[in-house]
Write a protein that binds this ligand. Structure first.
Ligand code: ZN
Length: 206
């Protein structure tokens, strides 16, 4: 009798382990690259075209801020712009992707661009290896950075700085490395007076 019960038990165990699972569809992970509660539009969400080529990877040691350098109006279609920039980067510049890792629009919305494990690209002559490149869309020689954009830029920078262990003194802008107007007067003033890094420091995890 005891042996019969044992056989039944073994059969039940076998069935429960080997029976085909009905729930086979796993949920896609849309977790952003950052560990914090930062909202980021993922590459998949904006229609990024996967890489067809790769380059040597790098480790993030610096965070470097840019502007797009192109006047950007409120009604400009951001998704079209991102898709166009990606396509131009590949076909005209022969880069593997959009030159920046993250991009921020006029509303302060953040978008993933080039996968951060690959160094970005630049039209100037500084070495982009080790740099996480953030670009605020627009031309801040002429445009004004909004409070929301400033705050989102600080939050993204703080998140990346925590994630990659970047010290606050290595958070700079394009202009700090080479001869360029980038990131434009109205964005650069927050780097020049230290207020951006101050805000980043407040937002960083203790
Ligand atoms: Zn730049």
């Amino acid at each position: 009798m005891t042996q019969r019960i044992l056989h039944v038990l073994i059969a039940v165990l076998f069935l429960s382990y080997c029976a085909p699972q009905v729930e086979t569809v796993s949920k896609p992970s849309l977790e952003p690259a950052s560990p914090h509660s930062l909202e980021i539009v993922t590459r998949a969400e904006w229609g990024w075209v996967p890489l067809t080529d790769t380059i040597l990877t790098h480790e993030i040691k610096y965070i470097t801020i840019h502007h797009g350098g192109e006047d950007f109006s409120e009604d400009k279609d951001v998704i079209k712009y991102l898709i166009g920039l990606q396509s131009w980067s590949r076909s005209d510049k022969n880069w593997i992707d959009n030159p920046y890792h993250y991009m921020i629009d006029l509303q302060g919305k953040i978008y993933e661009a080039r996968p951060i494990e690959y160094p970005g690209d630049t039209n100037t002559d500084y070495d982009v290896r080790g740099h996480a490149l953030i670009c605020v869309m627009g031309n801040y020689e002429h445009q004004i950075l909004s409070k929301t954009q400033f705050e989102q830029l600080a939050l993204l920078t703080a998140t990346l700085a925590d994630k990659y262990g970047v010290s606050n003194d290595l958070i700079k802008s394009h202009k700090d490395y080479t001869e360029t107007l980038c990131p434009g007067k109205d964005l650069y003033r927050y780097l020049e007076d230290g207020s951006l890094v101050k805000r980043v420091a407040e937002l960083r995890k203790p």
